[in-house]
Design a binder for this molecule. Structure first.
Ligand code: HEC
Ligand code: HEC
Length: 487
């Protein structure tokens, strides 16, 4: 009798659990990534057995963060009175809508409770907003962080969930979750560093920063530009951080000196490769679950080819149910309503798009052919052509991110052109701020000052490659841009 009742109580849970893919299986992880340009140094991830020994992350109820001048009276005192509550409980989830709502919680749930781009003191300091240009939503909140109660009476600022980088405050103050983020994270990091330099012993601070920069060094790469991190002065670190605009960020295992654009993840379900270099193969929700746990937690545990294994460290991981909910939420994200109508100019622009052969790589309806394009200096191995969708064309953009970072597969993927109207800066480094700049032939010249990310010293630099559409007449160019903004 007892067992029978137990079985009834467990039945709904087991039914739900059966649908949740097992995230980290040895076979799936081994097939997940495109090898790096130097295949011998491709990452080898931790085993399934070790993965499931890592404790699961508890997701607590969290609360909105306001600009200090827009905070409701008594809000902080009220937060101090709140009991800690566990917000994510897979046993309570049943309908698709419930799973998506739970995924939103995971999206906004922090990984870090200490200052990273900013901490509790910074979000309560009006000067921080003015000096770093941190955007505030029209309701007075900042969607990039949350207050969390893990212990009664202790109000912690949590950040580095997906929301910190993948949320955009639009010009009208509305919030677009999943869009290319526009919190100026690295500029804030530079601000924090400049302030720390006033109090901390300089040698100690420099040592901390250099240790942080070690993660960007690429095993097996001779003349690794990222090794420069070990000789930069504190002032040069600060300048390098200040040079990184909102929408671009030196994410873990990318590069501080060659930082990537933050992609728009609205519509990601249609993309067959993830990351600019197409590092991760994406054939459905389970791959997105693997991608997420990889970039948020597992990346630091990977051994790069025949390099030394990283030192063991304490940490947590998302549960399979949390990743499943998150993937459903990410797949459900919709673009903000497009104010650009398909008018006569846009119709003319569509014809220009076709005539300029943009559609060979960016065909409707996805506006990407989902292919990989070899960067200059990389010759794809013959087997790649059968294993992955590799295009025979080249675009000749700056090859460094594809060849000189830990994500360097030797390729760039063809990005989708959907949602161009609300995002920027563009290109894998976010080198140009707008479509006008992308289609401006002056960007090729060495004396050009990139309007997006210029480089660690913010100097002149040509934004090379992808010369499609650069020879159009002014009228055709304007029409093409009008069309691109309708997508
Ligand atoms: C610190 C900032 C940061 C955080 C936090 C972050 N991301 Fe990202 N994300 C990036 C950057 C930068 C890239 C591009 C990396 C590259 O191309 O090498 C990226 C790429 C992606 C992509 C690939 C999209 C594409 O089209 O290539 C997905 C999907 C994604 N992130 C989802 C997430 C999810 C889900 C979370 C939360 C669990 C998250 N990210 C947290 C910065 C961040
Ligand atoms: C041979 C393939 C190919 C053709 C043809 C092509 N593109 Fe691209 N496009 C790419 C690739 C690859 C990238 C990414 C390059 C990078 O980031 O280094 C890209 C990037 C872009 C971007 C930046 C997107 C972003 O999110 O940052 C825009 C805009 C764009 N292309 C528009 C066009 C237009 C307009 C045309 C025609 C005039 C065109 N492309 C023709 C392959 C192509």
């Amino acid at each position: 009798m007892k067992t029978f009742l137990g079985a009834i109580a467990l039945a709904p849970f087991l039914a739900a659990a059966a649908d949740i893919p097992r995230t980290w299986t040895d076979d799936a992880v081994a097939a997940l990534e495109v090898p790096l340009a130097k295949p011998r140094y491709s990452p080898v991830h931790i085993s399934e057995r070790d993965y499931y020994r890592i404790p699961e992350r508890t997701i607590y109820k969290s609360y909105r963060v306001h600009h200090p001048q827009r905070e409701p009276a008594g809000y902080m005192d009220w937060l101090k009175q709140q009991e800690p509550q566990i917000a994510f409980d897979a046993r309570k989830l049943d309908t698709p809508a419930e799973w998506i709502a739970a995924g939103e919680l995971v999206f906004n749930s922090p990984l870090s409770f200490g200052p990273v781009f900013f901490g509790a003191a910074e979000v309560r300091d009006p000067a921080f907003y003015e000096q770093t240009k941190m955007p505030v939503a029209k309701d007075g909140t900042i969607p990039f962080a949350r207050w969390v109660i893990r212990e009664k009476g202790k109000v912690e600022l949590g950040s580095m969930g997906c929301n910190t980088c993948h949320t955009r405050v639009m010009p009208d103050g509305t919030v677009a979750p999943g869009a290319q983020g526009n919190n100026p994270g690295d500029r804030q990091g530079a601000w924090m560093l400049r302030r720390a330099a006033k109090f901390a012993p300089p040698a100690q601070l420099l040592k901390t920063v250099r240790t942080f920069a070690l993660q960007f060094e690429v095993p097996g790469l001779t003349d690794d530009p990222n090794r420069r991190g070990q000789t930069l002065t504190l002032e040069e670190f600060i300048t390098a951080g200040e040079a990184i605009p909102a929408g671009v960020t030196a994410r873990s295992h990318t590069s501080m000196l060659l930082p990537p654009q933050i992609p728009d993840i609205i519509g990601v379900s249609e993309r067959r490769f993830l990351d600019h270099t197409g590092l991760v193969r994406h054939n459905g929700m389970a791959d997105l679950m693997r991608y997420t746990t990889l970039v948020q937690d597992m990346i630091g545990l990977a051994r790069y080819g025949d390099g030394a294994p990283p030192p063991p460290r304490k940490g947590a991981r998302y549960s399979d149910a949390q990743l499943y909910a998150l993937a459903q939420y990410v797949y459900s994200l919709q673009p903000p309503p497009n104010p650009h109508a398909f008018d006569r100019t846009a119709a003319r622009g569509k014809a220009v798009f076709e005539k300029a052969r943009c559609a060979t790589c960016h065909p409707a309806p996805l506006y990407t052919n989902n292919k990989l394009i070899a960067a200059d200096g990389f010759t794809p191995p013959a087997e790649d052509r059968t294993r992955f969708a590799v295009s025979t064309s080249r675009v000749g953009t700056d090859p460094r991110y594809a060849l000189q970072t830990r994500k360097g597969t030797g390729y760039y993927k063809v990005p989708s052109l959907k949602g161009l109207w609300y995002r920027g800066p563009l290109e894998h480094h976010g080198s140009v701020a707008t479509l006008e700049d992308w289609l401006d032939p002056r960007r090729l010249q060495a004396e050009y000052i990139p309007t997006g990310y210029a480089g660690p010293d913010g100097k002149t630099r040509g934004v090379r490659g992808h010369e499609f559409g650069l020879k159009l007449s002014a009228g055709d160019r304007a029409a093409l841009i009008a069309f691109l903004r309708t997508l």
